[in-house]
Design a protein around this ligand. Structure first.
Ligand SMILES: [Ca+2]
Ligand SMILES: [Ca+2]
Length: 258
């Protein structure tokens, strides 16, 4: 073989190897990224869209329009309810394939994605051991031990086979007593360590603040780690606040909220 021709072949081979390496490095990532796209609907018309590794709040009529009549996997109170078309107005409506309205009652979570989200079931109970709660209240300088909400949920959030405990305590919207300050705290206890999710306290007017609750747990962004959605209900019929938490580097961080 002539020396010049050999050089040419080596160059082509190098180019092929380079192209293959580039595809493996970026192309596979891009395919994965495209797959890790989802749209989530929460309660009455809160819509979050996840694509290119970032979350977007669909909070304009134009963006909401894009969701209407699309088919979603629907969960009510974290139990599979069915696959329905969604239509959002002042409320989230569900329709079956014949465009007949489908009624539901409870907390709505719906998603659309190229992958299945494992929605993790859980149920909360009254707190019996207040040792961690007392610790958190003390750290925040709260002396009052009167609550309007005090529950704990045991659920295996990080899927390691052992349940974590999620505590929620609050004294908002009190009617039987009238605290000077309201407070709401949400925290997780894992291996006897406390990880705060939500803390809010201010002068109490009786109708300010919000009542937190665990809403939905699942791997929403397709990275094999679970996220957690917390809702915080405001007084009367106002839209609750939803917050999506990611647990990274030993701390909870809000990725998106409405
Ligand atoms: Ca666990
Ligand atoms: Ca995840």
């Amino acid at each position: 073989m002539k020396k010049g021709k050999f050089k040419y072949i080596v160059l082509i081979l190098l180019l092929i190897i380079y192209a293959a390496a580039m595809f493996l490095a970026f192309g596979v990532d891009e395919v994965k990224e495209r797959k890790a796209a989802t749209t989530i609907v929460l309660g009455d018309g809160v819509v979050w869209d996840y694509s290119s590794r970032s979350w977007l709040n669909f909070n304009t009529p134009q963006l909401i329009e894009d969701v209407n009549w699309k088919k979603f996997n629907v969960y009510v109170d974290n139990e599979k309810f069915g696959n329905y078309s969604i239509w959002i107005d002042d409320k989230t409506y569900l329709f079956d394939d014949n465009r007949e309205a489908v009624n539901y009652q409870g907390n709505l979570f719906a998603y659309r994605a190229e992958y299945l989200i494992d929605v993790i079931p859980f149920s909360s109970q009254d707190i019996t051991d207040y040792s961690y709660v007392n610790k958190v209240l003390e750290e925040h300088g709260v002396e009052s031990k009167q609550f309007t909400l005090a529950n704990v949920t045991y659920v295996d959030f990080d899927q390691d086979g052992v349940d974590e405990a999620f505590y929620i305590v609050s004294n908002v919207f009190a009617t039987e007593f009238f605290p000077d300050r309201y407070f709401s705290y949400v925290f997780m206890v894992d291996n006897e360590k406390i990880y705060m999710l939500y803390e809010d306290s201010d002068t109490n007017t009786g109708v300010n603040g919000c009542k937190p609750a665990l809403y939905t747990i699942g791997d929403f962004d397709y990275d094999k780690d679970n996220e957690l959605i917390l809702s915080c209900a405001k007084y009367s019929n106002q839209t609750p606040i939803f917050m999506l938490y990611e647990f990274q580097n030993n701390a909870f961080r809000i990725e998106i909220s409405n």
